[in-house]
Design a protein around this ligand. Structure first.
Ligand code: NAD
Length: 251
């Protein structure tokens, strides 16, 4: 444990699994009080148990990021439990159906956009009034390499490009109130989301991995350290940025 985020409260959505869990654990390990938010109670509780077993401080809040009253309650619980909010990592997301655009259903389109994009907007809507009360508040939104290039299904790519646009728009608007807002754009990361795809389309994932200059997928902790850097005072002049963490694939 160290003290980089001591006395800070960090809220992480989608923290019951994968990248969100790794970020929640990283913040806790570095001294933050962590609000573990997820729709999945089992995964979220497991993250809290792991943080507590390692000597950290965390609380679980069940949330559907597409439900405005859930999101409002999530932010209120964070502030009531730990007296304020300093950092938010808006990360919950789904891959959705990978079918070609012409075969996509309205339901899948709407679900991917609702969770991946509207969920990030809703979270910021309730986080920002709390973060502007804080000295040096920071938001990191999870986009994707698919937010910077055509690297996923049509709805996924559209949702992740949307997260980049939303991040830039909010970053410019809220900078003078002392909040920095950035996005992280991971390439392929070894998480349950990718493991599910691996089971269904192992060839596609193997091909994707071969395309990586580093010749491997990222581990969730490699995204977590980037999120933590973006949220830290070390990145005090980084704002409105969409940072690829993709092993050089975009190069
Ligand atoms: P994951 O499936 O391991 O974790 C996603 C978490 O989000 C789960 O715990 C899930 O329960 C939660 N979630 C889903 N819908 C929710 C909702 N409506 N409300 C609240 N929580 C909800 O996936 P991951 O790979 O860790 O993905 C995390 C984020 O990173 C996503 O936004 C994803 O698009 C993005 N991403 C992942 C990769 C990758 O290769 N794994 C690459 C680029 C971007």
């Amino acid at each position: 444990m160290d003290t980089q985020f001591e006395d800070k409260t960090a809220l992480v959505t989608g923290a019951g699994s994968g990248i969100g869990r790794a970020t929640a654990e990283h913040f806790a390990h570095h001294g933050a009080n962590v609000v573990v938010a997820d729709i999945d109670t089992e995964g979220g509780t497991e993250t809290v148990d792991q943080i507590e077993a390692a000597g950290g401080e965390a609380v679980f809040v069940q949330v559907d990021v597409t439900d405005e009253s859930d999101v409002e309650a999530m932010v209120e619980t964070a502030c009531d439990t730990y007296s304020g909010l300093d950092i938010a990592h808006n990360n919950a997301g789904i891959e959705g159906d990978n079918a070609p655009l012409t075969e996509q259903s309205m339901d899948n389109w709407q679900r991917v956009l609702d969770i991946n994009l509207t969920g990030v907007w809703l979270a910021m809507k309730y986080e920002l009034p709390k973060l502007t009360d804080t000295d040096g508040g920071a938001i990191v939104n999870t986009s994707s390499i698919a937010g910077l290039s055509a690297d996923g299904s049509a709805p996924y790519t559209a949702s992740k490009h949307g997260v980049v646009g939303l991040t830039k728009s909010a970053a410019v608007r809220y900078a003078e109130q002392g909040v920095r807002i950035n996005a992280v754009c991971p390439g392929v990361v070894r998480t349950p989301m990718v493991e599910r795809t691996l089971e269904e389309h192992s060839e596609a994932v193997e091909a994707m991995t071969r395309e990586q200059p580093l010749g491997r997928m990222a581990e969730p902790e490699e995204i977590a350290t980037t999120v933590a850097w973006l949220a830290s005072d070390d990145a005090s002049f980084v704002n409105g940025h969409a940072l690829p963490v993709e092993g050089g694939k975009l190069a």
